[in-house]
Design a binder for this molecule. Structure first.
Ligand code: PHB
Length: 180
């Protein structure tokens, strides 16, 4: 794993997650990004020609390694962890770490194992039985930047996953939104 990706993932895991004041967050420039309830991939794709998912790591995590906050959101189960960097026109835009509990990966969630470079949200939001809730946000200090991060729970066929996302300095979150 590159030094930089390691730094991003470490910063993401140090985040102090808070339930946002939704009304106040909506009034900020980054609010509509952090509160995006549909696919973040679809949103990011509007800002680039080439969109890539670099899969940094996929590994198993035993239930004792989950934090209390994670357990409160997805239960205390063995998980598969998926760590990726999303790139727009070759520039790193978003670092994400997703916890997929074993029971989410059973049955209808089985193809999550074989996602590869298909973006997670793109896959999840193709399914009718999907939704996002429990959005939390954090400001994360990383390499002399103050970065926005969010954590949210994605439901697929009524089974949860937990997605933590760090918006990297070049991401369009910090610039001007192009109207849809
Ligand atoms: C992923 O493919 O793991 C992924 C994609 C987009 C996100 C988060 C995670 O916003």
């Amino acid at each position: 794993m590159s030094e930089l990706n390691h730094t991003y993932l470490e910063a993401l895991q140090m985040a102090r997650w808070e339930r946002p004041d939704i009304a106040a967050l909506k009034r900020t420039a980054e609010g509509s990004w952090l509160l995006e309830s549909h696919s973040m991939t679809a949103r990011l794709k509007r800002h680039c020609h080439d969109f890539d998912v670099d899969v940094i790591a996929v590994y198993q995590l035993t239930p004792d390694k989950l934090t209390d906050g994670e357990i409160a959101l997805i239960g205390q189960e063995a998980c598969v962890v998926r760590e990726v960097v999303l790139k727009g026109d070759g520039r790193p835009w978003l670092c994400a770490r997703t916890l997929m509990p074993a029971s989410t990966l059973e049955g209808q969630g089985g193809h999550l194992h074989a996602l590869g470079t298909e973006p997670l949200g793109q896959h999840v939001f193709k399914q009718r039985a999907s939704r996002r809730d429990a959005i939390e946000t954090a400001n994360v200090a990383c390499l002399s930047h103050q970065l926005h991060a969010r954590r949210s729970r994605l439901w697929l066929h009524n089974r949860p996953m937990l997605v933590a996302e760090l918006f990297l300095p070049d991401s369009p979150v910090y610039g001007k939104e192009i109207p849809a």
